[in-house]
Design a protein around this ligand. Structure first.
Ligand code: HMG
Ligand code: MG
Length: 306
């Protein structure tokens, strides 16, 4: 174990989107902007800022236009990746109007989850993305892809790794520079992570794949370690461990960015993130949401400083 550890890993912060989309409290745009500002100061270079989806489906993201308009005027904007989730042509048209430079398209290996989440099966969603990616490519936008329910679906149980592999291939053909594999409801385990990634990395380079673990059952760090062993380099995480998908029964927070950064940095793997400043971002957003973090590390850090 641990024979070929990388020197650096990349953290993709999804707190402002995945972290906030499932919260009861709908924050003001100003609070979200301050949260993003603080995440940038903490050293995060990829921050998923919002989603252009139906406001009645995800009310927490209903200020996506205003939020993006503010973020895109920031001094730091050209120095970071700021992907926005786009589910269809309508979302893409809004993204173009707003001057979005990077979009994230998303689907799942489970048709039942996909129907509930984006009102399309896997096959329908990929068809639906064809004109979306044509526009993204025409406008020189970067495209990131997501595949959800890779480790299990709340409605269908186990999902097909063959379907995953062909979906990654389609997303790569679309021009996605990276495809993020989601354990949407946090049911994965390290052996499953190894088995899935061994197949994925046979065909796709580790630099083109990200892992998106939710920590619902406390397995996210174990799964990240298993993925690291297999050569994974890109990890999605959410400050303070906020998050969840309203269309995935029982989905709770993403793995906390603090837990991931602490694990990597304590193993001598560079994340580029300043823990003190990250914890300050999380403390800010937790106060606004009036809630406690599920992250053991963040709790310890806030009370002891180590
Ligand atoms: P639909 O109802 O199939 O869309 O929604 P439609 O094309 O039939 O249009 C119906 C109405 O919605 C129309 O309005 C459209 O204009 C409007 P009307 O004419 O009736 O007034 N509409 C839109 N409005 C704003 N933005 C849009 C848009 N599209 C249509 N983009 C749709 C399909 C996908 C839009 C909808 O189901 C939706 O918004 N779903 C929310 C999906 C979502 O955000 N889920 C959470 C994120 S995914 C996730 O969390 C997982 C992830 O983290 C990875 C992991 O953990 O595994 C990424
Ligand atoms: Mg998620």
């Amino acid at each position: 174990m641990f024979k070929n550890l990388p020197k650096d890993v990349r953290i993709i912060e999804v707190g402002p989107r995945d972290g906030l989309q499932n919260e009861k409290v709908v924050l003001s745009t100003e609070d979200k902007v301050q949260f993003i500002d603080k995440l940038v100061v903490a050293g995060l270079k990829s921050i998923e800022v919002t989603s252009f989806v139906r406001a009645d489906k995800i009310p927490q993201m209903s200020d996506a236009k205003e939020l993006f308009a503010t973020i895109s005027k920031k001094e730091y904007f050209n120095d970071i990746h700021a992907p926005c989730l786009v589910p269809n042509l309508k979302g893409m048209q809004i993204a173009i109007e707003q001057g979005v430079k990077e979009v994230a398209i998303f689907t799942a290996t489970s048709d039942t989850f996909n129907k509930k989440n984006i009102n399309a099966t896997l096959a329908e969603s990929l068809k639906r993305f064809e004109p979306v990616v044509a526009l993204a490519n025409k406008h020189n936008m970067k495209i990131r892809g997501y595949v959800s329910t890779v480790f299990g679906c709340p409605y269908e149980g186990e999902t097909s790794v063959d379907a995953l592999l062909s979906t990654i291939a389609t997303l790569k053909d679309f021009g996605c520079y990276e495809v993020s594999l989601g354990d949407t409801i946090g049911v994965g385990n390290p052996l499953q992570t190894k088995n899935i990634l061994e197949r994925v990395f046979k065909t796709f380079s580790a630099k083109d794949i990200a892992l998106h673990f939710h920590d619902t059952r406390g397995m996210a760090l174990a799964n990240i370690l298993a993925a690291l062993e297999l050569g994974a380099l890109n990890f999605d995480a959410s400050a303070a461990g906020l998050g969840g998908c309203p269309y995935a029964k029982g989905a709770t927070g993403n793995v906390a960015t603090e837990d991931v950064v602490h694990m990597f940095e304590s193993m001598g793997i560079n994340t580029g993130v300043d823990m003190k400043k990250l914890a300050a971002s999380s403390q800010f957003i937790l106060n606004k949401l009036n809630k406690e973090t599920p992250s053991k590390y963040l709790k310890a850090f806030l009370s002891t400083g180590i």
